[in-house]
Write a protein that binds this ligand. Structure first.
Ligand code: HEM
Length: 394
């Protein structure tokens, strides 16, 4: 049962995609209430963070069961006392010093990617910046930071997108089956990677986690989340930023984005207005209250972190997916808050700024070719699927 609506807890919107006409979540938009929820993990558990938004049906479940697919709570969805210790191990791979030291490597990868885009433009007069610029640098950086082999990148990108749709999208029965096959393939690959990594020479994430006492299944669960969250979200942030810049919808223009300050300010703006992770979930662990309203145990809560089109937070009238960015959040909630706050926040911002800057430097004068691309619009992820550009005519 939903609590009575109040200013802190606006009523559920009606713009949910078909099939979700009745929003199953209590939507919390007021930044103070969002912060309150995030800072009360004993009352509002993250246990539902990785639960499929659309319940999986028999055929898809059987595909997953066949490979022993399981996502026991380890990090993002862990509401037990083991979270802190595991988080500390993972955080060791993303310390501020490690991230800062990675900047030259990020710039090198960003320049290569922008160079590839320039070559493709020279050859064919057009390119998709999601593929040439945004897709790969975050994946390479993440694997290198974690001490893992940089391989099968195209598969990793496909698995990440498919798993996002399987767990945060609205796939029908047939689509679920396709996506489950992809998730199962990813899981089998991951199990192999975990097995190899724990005996590999040198330092790597899975070896550290095994040393901390995690089982193979727990490491696969953590890896499944991290290998998606640690790169596809950044790719999506870069994609939206490039699109808004080239669309001319941003106060910073493409020329200004070629400077460090221009690039970082446009990335911050996109984070505040239409981040790649605009919402995140919690569930009431027991009967509790929020902003004076009673919240029954088991209430599923959707927290709005940034403007988005799913909860209607995409601005007045919830414009079409191709509409303008949503209202902003300047509240520092973009990467969550409290004990589960994103461990990759600094890295993601740095990567996005550097990749956008190097693209703007290398690709002067390009124009947007497709002004109405298809968008990823899952419950907690959003970005244009393509950013198709061309050389100026003449
Ligand atoms: C634009 C890119 C990104 C955005 C918008 C984003 C956003 C988020 C959000 C909203 C959460 C949930 C926080 C909470 O529950 O309070 C989260 C958790 C997390 N993120 Fe990110 N993230 C991004 C990139 C990354 C990267 C690059 C990494 C690692 C390389 C990463 C690693 C994590 C981890 C490990 C958690 C779970 C932390 C925990 O439960 O203790 N994220 N992220």
């Amino acid at each position: 049962m939903m609590p009575a609506s109040s200013t802190a807890l606006p009523p559920a919107p009606t713009e949910f995609p078909d099939g979700l006409a009745k929003c199953p979540y209590l939507i919390v938009r007021d930044p103070e209430s969002v912060r309150d929820v995030l800072h009360r993990p004993a009352d509002f558990s993250p246990a539902n963070a990785l639960v499929a938004v659309t319940p999986l049906e028999g055929p898809a479940l059987r595909v997953l069961q066949r490979v022993g697919f399981a996502l026991p709570p380890v990090l993002a969805s862990n509401d037990t006392g083991t979270h802190g210790g595991i988080r500390k191990v993972v955080a060791g791979y993303f310390t501020p010093a490690t991230v800062a030291a990675m900047e030259p490597r990020i710039r090198e990868l960003a320049r290569q990617a922008a160079g590839n885009a320039a070559d493709q433009l020279a050859r064919t007069s057009h390119t998709d910046l999601v593929q040439t610029v945004a897709a790969f640098p975050p994946a390479v950086v993440m694997l290198e930071l974690l001490g893992l082999p940089v391989r099968d990148l195209a598969d990793l990108k496909r698995w990440g997108l498919d798993s996002m749709e399987l767990f945060w999208g609205w796939p029908d029965r047939d689509r679920q089956l396709e996506l489950a096959r992809s998730a199962a393939e990813f899981y089998v690959w991951l199990r192999q990677l975990v097995a190899e990594s724990v005996t590999a020479p040198g330092r790597n994430l899975f070896k550290s986690l095994a040393g901390h006492g995690l089982s193979g299944t727990e490491m696969c669960s953590l890896g499944y989340f991290l290998l998606i969250a640690g790169q596809e979200t950044t790719t999506q942030l870069i994609s939206t930023t490039l699109f808004r810049l080239l669309e001319g919808a941003s106060p910073v223009d493409w020329k200004e984005a070629a400077s460090e300050s221009g690039a970082s300010s446009v990335v911050r703006l996109v984070l505040a207005t239409e981040s790649s992770v605009p919402t995140w979930r919690r569930v009431a662990a027991h009967d509790t209250s929020l902003g004076g309203s009673r919240i029954p145990a088991g209430t599923e809560i959707l927290l709005e972190l940034s403007g988005n089109r799913i909860t209607g937070g995409g601005g007045p009238g919830n414009p079409s997916p191709q509409g303008q960015p949503g209202r902003g959040s300047s509240t520092g909630l973009i990467f969550g808050s409290g004990i589960h706050r994103c461990l990759g926040a600094k890295l993601a911002e740095l990567e996005a700024s550097v990749v956008v800057q190097e693209a703007a430097v290398a690709l002067q004068g390009i124009q947007l070719q497709d002004h109405e691309p298809e968008w990823i619009r899952h419950l907690s992820f959003q970005a244009p699927r393509t950013v198709s550009v061309m050389n100026p005519p003449g």
